[in-house]
Design a protein around this ligand. Structure first.
Ligand code: 13P
Length: 245
């Protein structure tokens, strides 16, 4: 059985004062029925890990493919681990769009995360134009093949399907559309990784909120969510955790 995962991506939001939300979340959900992960901005990883004390997992939002060196402003997987992270998101569509990250770059970052013992949350997703032109599965298949490193296992890599047009828009695919993509991803993983494929968690992301979480979690091959805006407030993220667990 795959353990369900509720993951929050704070993106470029959160100051030290925001850590009270983490304390409130843990207090309200002391024994969630699913794994809970929060990925704050890098400035808060160590402080959040200190607050979490292992009761929820803490992750980074990106890492460099190299361990160290002359890469001003970048952060390595080793540094995230040193700060208390157990996971790192790689290949988020905002990184792909804002920083020109290709599948090859994302794959190298995921491999670097695995080499440090971090779990990589690898993000995939089609744009609205790609969906409208009927290219969704082709795009997802190519991103999956190009972004997931050879060393991946169900224990070390989580796949997040986040349609770009559903992120921060309040719009979500239909449940049938989510099922189609998640079933497709599972099938592609089976072709590449054989029986190991059943161990990979597949998260849906894009405008997940308390009001739609339960119906999305009931969809085939949805093992949890990657939540943006609704992960910032303990009440909203807690309701999503409760719907999953
Ligand atoms: P929203 O939940 O704000 O749509 O963001 C989704 C996302 O991009 C999580 O990584």
């Amino acid at each position: 059985m795959r353990k369900k995962l509720a993951a929050g991506n704070w993106k470029m939001n959160g100051l030290t004062a925001s850590l009270t939300e983490v304390e409130a979340l843990i207090a309200a959900h002391p024994a969630p029925g699913c794994e809970v992960l929060l990925c704050p901005p890098a400035t808060l990883v160590a402080a959040m890990a200190g607050v979490a004390k292992g009761r929820i997992a803490v992750g980074g939002q990106d890492c460099h493919a190299k361990v160290s060196g002359a890469h001003t402003g970048d952060i390595s997987a080793q540094m995230l681990k040193d700060a208390g992270a157990s996971h790192v998101i790689v290949g988020h569509s905002e990184r792909r769009a804002d920083h020109g990250e290709t599948d090859a770059i994302v794959c190298a970052k995921a491999a670097a995360a695995l080499a440090e013992g971090l779990i990589a949350v690898v993000c995939l997703g089609e744009t609205e134009a790609e969906r409208d032109s009927g290219a969704t599965l082709t795009v997802i298949g190519a991103q999956l093949a190009g972004s997931v490193p050879e060393a991946a296992t169900g224990a070390t890599v989580v796949i997040a399907y986040e349609p770009v047009w559903a992120i921060g828009t309040g719009r979500t695919p239909t449940l049938d559309q989510i099922a189609e993509v998640h079933d497709f991803i599972r099938g592609e993983l089976v072709k590449r990784f054989g029986t190991e494929a059943e161990g990979f968690r597949l998260l849906y992301g894009g405008s997940v909120k308390p009001s739609n979480a339960a119906e999305i979690f009931a969809v085939s091959n949805v093992d949890g969510a990657l939540v943006g805006g609704a992960s910032l407030k303990a009440a909203d993220f807690g309701a999503i955790i409760a719907a999953l667990g």
